[in-house]
Design a protein around this ligand. Sequence first.
Ligand SMILES: NC(=O)c1ccc[n+]([C@@H]2O[C@H](COP(=O)([O-])OP(=O)(O)OC[C@H]3O[C@@H](n4cnc5c(N)ncnc54)[C@H](OP(=O)(O)O)[C@@H]3O)[C@@H](O)[C@H]2O)c1
Length: 256
Amino acid sequence: MKSYTLITGASTGFGKALAIECAQKKMNLILVSLPNSGLVELGSFLKSNFKINVLTFEIDLSTKENCHLLYNEVKKSKGSVKYLINNAGVLSNGLFENLSEDYFLTQIDVNITAPTLLTKLFIDDFKTNSPSGILNVSSMASFFHLPKKQVYSGTKAYLLSFSKSLRKELKKYGIWVSIVCPGGMNTTTGLCLQNRKLGWASRQSILNPEDAARETLKKFFKQKELIIPGTINKLFMFLDSVLPTSIKNKLTNRAI
Ligand SMILES: NC(=O)c1ccc[n+]([C@@H]2O[C@H](COP(=O)([O-])OP(=O)(O)OC[C@H]3O[C@@H](n4cnc5c(N)ncnc54)[C@H](OP(=O)(O)O)[C@@H]3O)[C@@H](O)[C@H]2O)c1
């Protein structure tokens, strides 16, 4: 069996940047995203340019059945997962009263259920490949209570809490769990446009996914528990710990 790094949501944005960074480190990859998103082409490109093994699976991870399907397909391909990067996520920026039921239920399935279930399904792989690791992609939104990001922030806060507890449980097997909480990143076109309209201070904190991925993987392999990419974002976290709530509320409302 070959050992792999499995990255969900690898077709674009932060997941794609993580995949390229891993490929440069000569890590074999299992890449997953929704169908018809250019994943197969990305896989072929990484395979031929970096001389690594790459398996691609176009699977919708919003159902329990499909998470099991992914696990079974990996086993059929004789793959074993050493590192799991739970990156796939459904973003949102809208008032709760305007979100459709289908939208936020899928968001909960992709952002919470899929990473939890995939972690459980591959747990024997992590034990076999120890030292091994799990990187869960949360968000700085997990620390703040932001209007227009209510369900999204809630899903990311779950991931933060789940990861910190699991890290304590799995340490004895030589498996570490890290959590990355990026601030804003210029990934989708929508986000790029939105980020341009931010105030000066918030704009300075926006990262390119490539820079965020480089810093994240460096710290992941140092087995850090919590990774906050970018100097300004670390400063925001420090200010969050010292400023009174009334001032923080004013600042976050203005930034949104
Ligand atoms: N961008 C930011 O500002 C920011 C900030 C903090 C945290 N994050 C987190 O970083 C992660 C990546 O975000 P991003 O900005 O790179 O997002 P993105 O560009 O929208 O990429 C999301 C990825 O997830 C995949 N995906 C979505 N739904 C899926 C499903 N049901 N099944 C399988 N794959 C699915 C997408 O596949 P397709 O391409 O096929 O649709 C895509 O590969 C997310 O977890 C997000 O919450 C982002």
